[in-house]
Design a binder for this molecule. Structure first.
Ligand code: FMN
Length: 269
């Protein structure tokens, strides 16, 4: 049986750049672990998506459905890559201590997935490359963003391109990639992991958003109604961990109270 990998590559250098080469290295190691030609790879380059300078920020994807996005057709290759994959690799260079701008533009075009997660149970591998640093912010952001869409991160790796010419560093990267190749191939069979406190809070915050947005459009709420999520504590039937869920419930209560009374605190770092 084929193992289908989707690659969302956020580098303007495509497969010739440092990020693309890291993805290739991982795919080669995965390929070596499966029979014959059974690893099937489908890639989208975020720089090649004809999405204009930015997400139009009309919110029509949320209120009227994703097909109402002016760039719905242009985003179709990315949707196809994610929909058809057993596992998705999201890979980005670090630009100014964050993901690349084209990766961010891609993520913004799928913001409706925060309200209507479509990839619950689907594993992802997150990769970044940099000259020296910024993996933490870039990979944390990427992990949080795709988690809201339903993906769970099976493995993460940040690599400094200049270090790859050093044998010791290269060896460490190769060992990490080999470990990730094994984890990536095993991930689809392992199902959805236990939700963390942050996951459970994310679920409840999405519930508040969708519940509060009924007047703007019925699409989100209908999606939640169909899945019984308004009555649920998590996307899936699995029982959330007790203490994490209690904390999430308290956070939800505080947010709802703040909204109802209008006395929520503005953010001060
Ligand atoms: C606009 C821009 C910003 C960058 N910012 C960072 C940074 O914050 N930290 C870092 O270590 N490297 C930074 N770099 C270097 C790239 O992350 C690094 O060269 C990366 O491996 C390039 O991958 P690519 O060949 O796939 O484009 C930056 C590069 C560019 C073009």
């Amino acid at each position: 049986m084929d193992f289908r990998v989707g690659v969302v590559l956020g580098s303007g250098h495509g497969y010739h750049g440092t990020t693309g080469r890291l993805v290739t290295d991982l795919l080669d190691l995965m390929r070596a672990r499966v029979p014959g030609d059974s690893l099937v790879v489908d890639t989208v380059l975020t720089t090649e998506l004809d999405l204009g300078p930015d997400c139009p920020a009309c919110l029509s994807c949320m209120t009227a459905g994703e097909a109402a996005c002016p760039n719905f057709d242009a985003a179709a290759p990315a949707r196809r890559v994610m929909d058809g994959a057993d596992l998705v690799i999201f890979a980005t260079p670090v630009h100014s201590f964050q993901i690349s701008a084209s990766m961010k533009r891609f993520i913004d075009h799928f913001a409706y997935l925060i309200h209507r997660p479509a990839y619950v149970g689907r594993p992802a591998v997150l990769l970044s490359t940099a000259a020296g640093g910024g993996h933490d912010a870039a990979l944390d952001y990427l992990s949080t963003a795709v988690r809201r869409w339903g993906f769970h991160t099976a493995a993460t790796l940040g690599v400094n391109g200049p270090g790859l010419s050093r044998e010791t560093y290269r060896g460490k990267v190769d060992r990490a990639l080999d470990d990730i190749a094994a984890k990536a191939l095993a991930a689809p069979g392992q199902g959805e992991p236990k939700p963390s406190t942050a996951d459970l809070i994310g679920f409840r915050v999405a519930k508040i958003l969708v519940d509060g947005g009924r007047d703007e459009g019925p699409v989100d709420a209908a999606y939640w109604d169909e899945r019984g999520w308004f009555e649920a504590q998590w996307w899936t039937a699995q029982k959330p961990p007790f203490f994490a869920n209690r904390i999430a419930a308290l956070v939800e209560k505080k947010i709802r109270k703040g909204i109802a009374e209008g006395n929520a605190d503005p953010y001060r770092a």
